[in-house]
Design a protein around this ligand. Structure first.
Ligand SMILES: *[C@@H]1O[C@H](CO)[C@@H](O)[C@H](O)[C@H]1NC(C)=O
Ligand SMILES: *[C@@H]1O[C@H](CO)[C@@H](O)[C@H](O)[C@H]1NC(C)=O
Ligand SMILES: *[C@@H]1O[C@H](CO)[C@@H](O)[C@H](O)[C@H]1NC(C)=O
Ligand SMILES: *[C@@H]1O[C@H](CO)[C@@H](O)[C@H](O)[C@H]1NC(C)=O
Length: 664
């Protein structure tokens, strides 16, 4: 116990010096608040409330953060910083004037004024460079005095409310269309602000909570030399001011870092917004009704309390979190109790499926209506679990529109629970091999799915801070969201088996048919093995057949094993490669495009790893930025295999697959 206290203490002191922090809600958070600002009982930071007109509020992180060092030689260098937060503006009627994220020399703002000054400045200090204030405003009123562009905009402000740069509130949606966001819609809005000192660029993005992914293009991207704007130590926080038209300005969660990207925030972990009650009169009746209800409840609950107490005690013991100290180090942790509640006790009826790694349950996060998928993985022995948790926690920061988002994790004894975004349309596998559903998969959709997955894999291989080899790319790991966008699931999970207790059993991970031949020899997962698996997936989607399947042939009805890649290759050699395309498409596809896709599939299916393209090349082929004919010899061209022997055409797939036992 003493040790635990000590570690907790260390943890706290470390946090007070750190230049990174994250608040999933502000319950118990030590913020410096002034004016109307308050933290609600469920942890919302409310800067201003619609119960007061012409007022303001500030909520600041209480500790100063170093942004530059005037005493050093590079005194003009301002540190990079990154912040994410989720805000919401609610009101009964249109409100003014919005809120701002701000960097200020004090932990609050001296000389802020109400109304259109957003609590940031006043009439006399406007534009004065000794203010040393950088702000990003989310402004809901058009004020000609400050040259506002409209009544729903985002702007970058330096020492003044006349923005350096401003744009109507909008975001670049996943379908590449620019969508307006109404700041005071009452719905949560995600905001990303990044300043990169080498580029001297301040980027600002917003997106709705229905698409909580950083848009690929920022809303504002403004070159700024901040060295004379910021002082050595600055405070960071939020400011809001209202006028005669008052509203509620909420911050639901906030992360900040001067050391790389700030942590992602997840709506499911944030406090929920109060339900608006529209009519005050209705409220009165509700109060009377609830008084009666409360009296009744007291009577009933007294009667039940003894029983409840007994049952509660039992349940508490059952659900208690037995947390080890090291678990505090890793973010995105959920309590077992939360997940137990979310899945209604892991009941059978919520079971979505059982896969190689464990069972997956559908759940709804308590307090919100966010649907999630909870994966339960049992792990033999505690050894390695900690490394795996470290990895999973870092994977929690991997966000890409073609990857299923990992929201968090939980450990309970030897069991690991992973919480993912729920994908309402299930897996691609179910669509491809269920004839009633396959009709939905027209050619365009198949191409969109394949491109999406290629983008996701490229991101894992190249786009993130470390190379992540997926190791189990296959149709059942391709999940479809509500809009039939493909998202790759289970990335990084194959490592769990590697961390397993018995290093002797280095069984090949993955799924037969998608496994690159060299894996049977080396057992070592590589990005090029992922490309092989992608090739198998590509052929599967285009042909509508599994990578290895049996077929009862015409002569004598003998069962024959078909390797899809070989079969496609045979059609190519016969000069009719598109005969391999899924018959259920009934010819509704671009012949030339289909031909290219099949050839790309074969190119990825090469037995020799070095002969396969990289994921970047695959993406270039798919986007038409590179031509496949130049990269690939037609059948009959010469190939070299590992043994140095010459082979004609593509190397035989069967020969490479025959000398192992199917262990998976
Ligand atoms: C700017 O503010 C400083 C400090 O408050 C003050 O001394 C100075 O006179 C102001 N400058 C202008 C131009 O108002
Ligand atoms: C793009 O996506 C947004 C949000 O998902 C949707 O509202 C909009 O209608 C879509 N636009 C097009 C052109 O598909
Ligand atoms: C800011 O946006 C620009 C343009 O999209 C991009 O090139 C740059 O890398 C971004 N910088 C940061 C820190 O996000
Ligand atoms: C930024 O401004 C400071 C002083 O205002 C100057 O010394 C520095 O050279 C500027 N940096 C760049 C890259 O322009």
């Amino acid at each position: 116990m003493a040790l635990l206290m000590l570690v907790l203490l260390l943890f706290q002191t470390a946090a007070s010096m750190a230049e990174s922090f994250v608040f999933h809600g502000f319950k118990g958070a030590n913020l410096t608040l002034d004016g109307m600002a308050a933290i609600s009982s469920n942890g919302l930071l409310r800067l201003t409330s619609d119960s007061h007109v012409e007022d303001m509020g500030h909520g600041f992180y209480p500790l100063p953060i170093r942004f530059k060092d005037s005493s050093s030689a590079s005194s003009a260098t301002v540190t990079s910083f990154s912040t994410r937060f989720v805000f919401a503006i609610t009101s009964q009627a249109p409100s003014c004037h919005g809120l701002a994220f701000a960097l200020s020399p004090t932990d609050g703002i001296v000389g802020g004024a109400v109304n259109n000054f957003l609590g940031l400045f006043n009439n006399s200090n406007l534009g004065n460079s000794s203010n040393h204030i950088l702000a990003v405003e989310f402004d809901t009123c058009k004020d000609p005095m400050f040259k506002d562009i409209n009544d729903n905009h985002v702007g970058i402000d330096i020492n003044s409310l006349i923005s350096v740069s401003a744009a109507p509130a909008a975001y670049l949606a996943a379908n590449n269309s620019n969508e307006t966001i109404i700041l005071q819609s009452g719905f949560p809005i995600f905001a990303w602000i990044d300043y990169q000192n080498d580029q001297q660029l301040l980027n600002v993005s917003i997106s709705p909570s229905t698409e909580p992914v950083k848009p690929s293009r920022p809303l504002l991207s403004q070159p700024l030399n901040l060295s004379s704007v910021l002082e050595d130590f600055m405070y960071v926080g939020f400011s809001s001011g209202v006028g005669k038209l008052s509203g509620n300005h909420y911050i639901m969660g906030w992360s900040f870092s001067t050391d790389g990207e700030a942590q992602s925030l997840y709506l499911s972990q944030l406090p929920s917004l109060p339900v608006p009650n529209d009519k005050a009169r209705q409220k009165k009746y509700v109060i009377i009704a609830s008084v009666i209800a409360v009296v009744f409840m007291i009577v009933v609950s007294t009667a039940c309390s003894y029983v409840a107490y007994k049952m509660q005690k039992k349940k508490k013991e059952k659900l208690a979190d037995i947390m080890e100290v090291w678990e505090l180090d890793y973010p995105h942790r959920f309590s077992y109790r939360t997940l137990y509640k979310a899945t209604d006790g892991f009941k059978e009826k919520g079971l979505l499926g059982t896969g190689g790694f464990g069972s997956v349950y559908k759940g709804v996060m308590p307090g919100t209506s966010t649907q999630v998928a909870v994966k339960r993985i049992s792990h033999n022995g505690k050894q390695g679990l900690r490394e795996f948790v470290a990895e999973v926690a870092s994977l929690g920061r991997v966000t890409h529109r073609s990857l299923v988002r990992l929201q968090g994790w939980c450990r309970r004894q030897d069991e690991l629970l992973l919480v993912y975004d729920f994908m309402p349309n299930g897996s691609l596998d179910e669509f491809l091999f269920d004839d009633t559903k396959a009709a939905t998969l027209n050619w365009e959709l198949r191409m969109r799915i394949l491109k999406g997955i290629a983008d996701g894999l490229l991101y894992l291989h190249k786009g993130w801070e470390q190379v992540v080899v997926h190791r189990d790319v296959k149709a059942s790991n391709v999940l479809l969201d509500g809009e039939m966008n493909a998202r790759l699931g289970d990335f990084g999970l194959a490592r769990l088996h590697e961390h397993g207790q018995n290093p002797q059993t280095t069984g090949v991970m993955g799924t037969v048919g998608y496994l690159a031949p060299e894996l049977y020899r080396t057992g070592k997962a590589t990005v090029s093995a992922d490309v092989f698996a992608y090739g198998a997936l590509l052929l599967e989607v285009v042909c509508g057949k599994r990578p290895i399947h049996t077929w009862r042939g015409g002569n004598g009805g003998e069962e024959e094993e078909i390797i899809l890649a070989e079969w496609v290759l045979e059609w190519w050699q016969k000069g009719d490669i598109t005969a391999a395309v899924d018959g259920r498409l009934e010819g509704r596809y671009g012949k030339e495009e289909a031909e290219l896709m099949l050839k790309l599939g074969l190119l990825c299916s090469q037995a020799v790893p070095g002969a396969r393209p990289t994921m970047r090349q695959v993406v270039q082929f798919l986007n038409g930025e590179a031509s496949i004919h130049k990269s690939m010899g037609l059948p009959g061209s010469v190939f070299y295999e590992d043994d140095g022997a010459e082979h004609k055409g593509l190397p035989s797939f069967r020969s490479m697959q025959s000398d192992y036992d199917e262990s998976d």
